[in-house]
Design a protein around this ligand. Sequence first.
Ligand SMILES: C[S@@+](CC[C@H](N)C(=O)[O-])C[C@H]1O[C@@H](n2cnc3c(N)ncnc32)[C@H](O)[C@@H]1O
Length: 284
Amino acid sequence: MYKKLIENPTVHCVSEPQLNLFSYTEENNLKEDFKIISNTNNVEFESLGKSTLIGNGNCVDYLKFIEANSIDLILTDPPYNLGVFMHKRNTNLVKMRKNQFAYAGWDNLSQEDWEKEMDVFFKESSRVLKKKGTLLLFMSLIKIETIIKMASKYRFYYKTTGIWHKTNPMPRNMNIHFVNSTEAWVYFVYNNTSGTFNNAGKMEHDFIETSLTSSKEKKFGKHPTQKPIKIISHFIKLLSNKNDVVLDPFMGSGTTGVCARKMSRKFIGIDLDKKYYELSKLEC
Ligand SMILES: C[S@@+](CC[C@H](N)C(=O)[O-])C[C@H]1O[C@@H](n2cnc3c(N)ncnc32)[C@H](O)[C@@H]1O
């Protein structure tokens, strides 16, 4: 957690249409408690220390403000957009999921609108990533093929689909079907066939196993799809180096930021929802 929350930040208004955020902070010797506000876009980044910048809004607007070729790793967990699909299903699951992602509000676009948003996300991600930069995103298994097709349009080289297995899933309807205990992640490298992969000569399997996010990791508040620190740290370690810039455009409670800070990476995080944005300030 970044303990000192911003009270009177120094405000930097910039008129450049795009900015290399950390070059700007270094050139202007910004250390902590500052905001970078764009005069041309509807974008406002707040600092949590000198190496973490977060913004509250639609990531598409924020991504457009980030300079091309300035990010090393995008590690993110976008909406799977299963809300409409879940609502239509006439099962007990619908009732049981009332407090789950399907009712979270950001997960129920039409398939067409979701694909349009994800298309802009991939387009902008390909612009901001450095050549050989990495994109790893979590996704529902039933959407993987769609995601790979979309990403390949923007020169993302598909590497791996892997599995997160939850060792203690909710035993929903365990006597009538298989209990849902997995989510997928998809790994791409931009404009090259391989990128940073710090395996230190060790074989890395394409699945990771952890328990559900512990209540200790949720002590500042709840996010319905908060990822465990163990998984996010695993990917940051493997797919980036110290001082690299890690971006999470759908940061939720800020798990990627928490891990990036601990592992000495710079971090840029964005979330649309004010409530989760405020939570990420406590977490990061
Ligand atoms: C699956 S959650 C991410 C959870 C996160 N991995 C964590 O550990 O807390 C997806 C997040 O994306 C946010 N979101 C949805 N659409 C967005 C958009 N267009 N721009 C930015 N954030 C968005 C939601 O508010 C939600 O918090």
